[in-house]
Design a binder for this molecule. Structure first.
Ligand SMILES: C[S@@+](CC[C@H](N)C(=O)[O-])C[C@H]1O[C@@H](n2cnc3c(N)ncnc32)[C@H](O)[C@@H]1O
Length: 409
């Protein structure tokens, strides 16, 4: 049953994407439907550098049982550090007369099991008081004005909840508070909230993002670079896969975001992460052979060429030029025989195939690893492949990985 409207997009974008999906209308329509619904499972990455997957699974089951929630926690058939919890929905919940409208981002979080936090609220009934039972809707088109008392635009029902604050506290002149404003009692899609749960052992991360860390295949003792790192989901995964041994350099150009990487590394007890506020376009220096010896012990960026065993370029959607600049730096910083993973959260040709085609043409030292081989590696749970390393002794290997966040898990 479809409870959400089909994604609407402008006709050129629609046509472009339809062509990407080889003109297969059925596949394309199925993809659009998936993208407008929450995933079937909530994916949690387990801190296997601290405890075994089974230990963490049991602890989570015990926690959920204490909360009188269904303790079904599954392991993933191929990924050795993933726990999956089924998302139940859509459930039969009827909307009420009192409506609270939240922004789309907040709405997405509610569909993944979150309560409504005050900053996410755009509109409430005029006299909403603590204890009032309300229906929560998402403003999918971004048209509701903050502070509105009603909203007639396009909205999607997310479930019912109880207000923990008065309207005046949400839209006060001192700015919105930070805590939970609506506690969801009857969510349309039910999934446990993980706020503050086993924080050093579990990390909420979408499945495709977890696969990226495995595709990179870091080994204990290696030197790894994450060029676009905040908030550090993949950085911390890489460090965990290395058993916290070696060095993971995490670069982030925005200081406040870089601090989030530091917090996450601390929370997950990953001491091998070194985070720097740095534009990765400036992360490489050319030094001659004599100076390289002196530079080996330099901690922060810039780094001499061929400094890293593996590099993750988890590119943000951005202008063409900055994207190519980051690619150039990645290739220079990668050791011979090293692995570069390029991942994006989009399906556009411009951000994916075209970038990689350009990189392969510009840098003959790069070889493209077919995804089918990565899939085989993942199936065998052999994330390190010696054959692959020897093959690339004289060149650098690029593994390209496109992934869709959120709904495509
Ligand atoms: C797609 S997000 C990265 C997500 C992250 N890899 C994770 O898994 O948690 C992109 C991040 O790269 C940062 N960024 C973009 N261009 C950058 C650059 N040239 N140097 C460093 N950071 C950059 C952005 O500020 C943003 O925080």
């Amino acid at each position: 049953m479809s409870v959400f409207p089909q994604l609407s997009m402008n006709p050129e974008v629609r046509e472009h994407l339809r062509n990407v999906y080889t003109n297969n209308e059925l596949v394309f329509e199925a993809l659009l439907s998936c993208l407008s619904h929450p995933p079937l499972f909530t994916c949690l990455r387990a801190s296997t550098h601290l405890h075994s997957l089974q230990d963490i699974q049991h602890r989570l089951q015990r926690h959920l049982a204490q909360q009188e929630r269904s303790p079904s926690v599954y392991t993933h058939p191929q990924l050795p550090d993933v726990l999956l919890l089924p998302v139940h929905g859509p459930r039969p919940v009827d909307p009420l007369a009192s409506e609270v409208i939240v922004g789309a981002q907040c709405g997405n979080a509610v569909l993944r099991g979150a309560h409504v936090f005050t900053p996410g609220i755009l509109s409430t009934p005029k006299y909403m008081k603590v204890g009032e039972v309300v229906s929560v809707f998402s403003d999918v088109e971004g048209k509701c004005t903050r502070g509105a008392k009603e909203f007639k635009g396009k909205k999607v029902f997310l479930g019912n909840g109880i207000s923990e604050v008065d309207r005046s506290e949400i839209f006060s002149s001192d700015g919105p508070g930070k805590g939970v404003a609506i506690r969801m009692t009857e969510p349309l899609y039910q999934s446990p909230s993980f706020d503050g749960v086993l924080t050093d052992q579990l990390f909420l991360q979408n499945l495709p993002s977890v696969v990226v860390g495995h595709a990179l295949g870091p080994r204990p003792g290696e030197r790894i670079l994450d060029m676009c790192a905040a908030p550090g989901g993949k950085t911390t995964h890489i460090a965990s896969l290395m058993g916290n041994q070696g060095t993971v350099v995490a670069l982030e150009k925005i200081r406040s975001k870089m601090e989030k990487i530091v917090q996450n590394a601390k929370m997950l007890q990953l001491h091998c992460i070194k985070a720097y506020c740095c534009n990765s376009v400036h992360a490489v220096i050319f030094v001659d052979v004599l100076i390289i010896d002196l530079c080996v012990f330099v901690d922060g960026p810039p780094y001499p060429e061929e400094s890293f065993d593996r590099i993750l370029l988890d590119a943000p959607c951005s202008g063409y030029v900055s994207s190519l600049q980051r690619f150039c730096v990645a290739v220079r910083l990668l050791k011979r025989g090293g692995v570069l993973v390029y991942s994006t959260c989009t399906v556009t040709l411009a951000e994916n195939e075209e970038q990689v085609a350009w990189a392969l043409k510009t840098f003959p030292c790069l070889t493209l690893e077919p995804q089918v081989r990565i899939k085989t590696l993942l199936k065998q749970q052999a994330f390190y492949n010696p054959e692959l390393s020897t093959q690339t002794e004289n060149g650098k290997l690029i593994v390209i990985f496109f992934f869709l966040t959120e709904t495509t898990d």
